[in-house]
Write a protein that binds this ligand. Structure first.
Ligand SMILES: Cc1ncc(COP(=O)(O)O)c(C=O)c1O
Length: 474
């Protein structure tokens, strides 16, 4: 039996399937150029399709492609210019093309895949050059969470050599980050056996950055009490407000105590490449490891993160295995020896195609534009009596704001209802966040398609829907 008789090849429908897909992709890209006025909701027919039982036989691929596009069109797409929730990506066009190519050839980056492996090294090096971190090596992962765990696994092995084999025995490890670090740090402490109770959440200053003086005091206490510090994590842009921890000051403390300094730059570190923001990242060249999510502010589609490390041996020290079925040819490590994952897709291709097609300057310009949009929104809000902002200006591209309606009995309930009303309305999409116990709207700009008109629409819609407290509460 020929393989095409099995029924898994598209056979003579290949060209038609590619053409149909290409047409849909083109339509989507053209639509993403401008915002649409409402989100499409799934139809009843689509609901039925999505609850249908497992099909034993297939249907025409062209119909399946159309169905897939209907699903996508009825889903929240972060690529749209007025998606301001969480920390979105942009589904960069060449990134999507890279994924199609990479998935079609499907190399496995766990082992030496030839030129793909070479390209991955180059992409690591380009990324390190872009943000200004002298990485000796690095690897692509599925996201910031995994990059943080990967870096902190290396930090654990550096602080407690042999911990991967023998555990901690009598050693009591501790981990340090600000009160506003991403919860992937706590998760890393949990899965690495450090324990979430041993994560020291360090106080923040009036700009919501980790306080180096409090960190130093906490380290002094812990060391005196016999704890073993594993790592300090500086967040350079926090998820909540985009605050950038003071790397230089934290590096002084890290050096004083001989502790690994990791930068969780999943969201914000690409801004280190922008002239107007680089000062926030002073000291980046002194840290041990950095997480960068390319699927956030490098605009490429998910999932594409990278962890960069200063010392090439540090990843292998914790991850390398010598297995009979995975020989180290010529004494060289395989990629699997420096990663948490085993089989790995060719994630680096999309970053490589981004830099190759558009160049680093275009990426810088897009990031700078998002930062400018945040400053602009902050200033606009100051001029509208209905709204308030946090007291400090945005450091990157997150601008929390909330409606302050006179005589509103509960501003938190009002702002929560306002956020839900904005989401239902569909012209813009924004998510809520709790800051110091209160509810805020928390727009974040990480999309190269977003224009200043899109930003002003956000404020107009919030004003229109949020001016009257009673309307949303009734
Ligand atoms: C600062 C920070 N670190 C880590 C993460 C986790 O990244 P991912 O969702 O790619 O796992 C995020 C996600 O928003 C983040 O903002």
């Amino acid at each position: 039996m020929d393989y095409d008789e099995i029924g898994l090849s598209l056979g003579d429908q290949r060209e038609a399937a590619l053409a149909r897909t290409a047409q849909h992709v083109l339509t989507a890209w053209q639509e993403f150029d401008t915002a649409r006025e409402h989100e499409s909701l799934p139809s009843e027919a689509l609901h039925q399709l999505l609850t249908a039982p497992l099909p034993s036989e297939g249907i025409n691929v062209l119909d399946v492609i159309d169905q897939a596009v209907e699903v996508l069109d009825s889903s929240l797409a972060q690529s749209r210019p007025r998606y301001f929730a969480f920390i979105g990506s942009s589904g960069l066009e060449v990134g999507a093309l890279a994924d199609l190519l990479a998935h079609s050839y499907d190399p496995n980056l766990a082992v030496d895949a030839g030129a793909a492996t070479e390209l991955e090294w180059q992409a690591v090096s380009w990324l390190a050059q872009f943000i200004g971190f002298p990485a000796e090596t690095g690897t692509f992962t599925s996201g910031g969470t995994i990059s943080n765990i990967t870096a902190l696994a290396s930090a654990r092995e550096a602080a407690i050599p042999g911990a991967r084999e023998r555990g901690f025995r009598h050693i009591r490890p501790t981990l340090y980050c600000s009160t506003e670090a991403h919860y992937s740090i706590t998760r890393a402490a949990e899965v690495l056996g450090i324990g979430s109770a041993n994560v020291r959440a360090i106080d923040i200053d009036d700009q919501r950055r980790m306080r180096a003086d409090v960190l130093r005091e906490q380290l002094q206490r812990d060391v005196a009490n016999g704890h073993t510090p594993v790592a300090i994590v500086a967040t350079t842009g926090t998820t909540l407000t985009g605050a950038v921890d003071p790397i230089e000051q934290l590096a002084d403390v890290a050096e004083e105590f001989g502790v690994w300094l990791h930068v969780d730059g999943a969201y914000g570190v690409p801004a280190a490449a922008v002239a107007g923001r680089a000062y926030l990242f002073a000291g980046l060249d002194r840290v041990n490891s950095v997480t960068v999510d390319c699927h956030k502010w490098m605009f490429v589609p998910k999932a594409c993160s990278a962890v960069l490390v200063r010392d090439a041996a540090s990843l292998a020290k914790v991850f390398a295995h010598d297995e009979a079925y995975m020989p180290h040819a010529g004494g060289h490590y395989n990629a699997v020896d420096i990663t948490l994952e085993y089989s790995r897709p060719f994630r680096a291709l999309k970053l490589w195609m981004l830099f190759s097609t558009h160049g680093a300057n275009a990426v810088r310009t897009a990031i700078e534009r998002n930062c400018d949009q945040a400053q602009m929104l902050f200033d606009w809000i100051q001029s509208r009596p209905l709204f308030e902002t946090l007291s400090s200006r945005p450091q990157l591209s997150i601008v929390p704001f909330r409606a302050v309606v006179a005589d509103c009995p509960d501003p938190d309930i009002h702002n929560d209802a306002l956020c839900a009303a904005i989401q239902r309305d569909g012209r813009v999409y924004v998510s809520p966040a709790t800051i110091d116990g209160h509810v805020w709207l928390r727009p974040c700009f990480t999309n190269f398609r977003t224009t200043s008109d899109d930003v002003s629409t956000l404020l107009d819609v919030a004003q229109e829907l949020g001016a009257d407290c009673g309307v949303l509460h009734s």
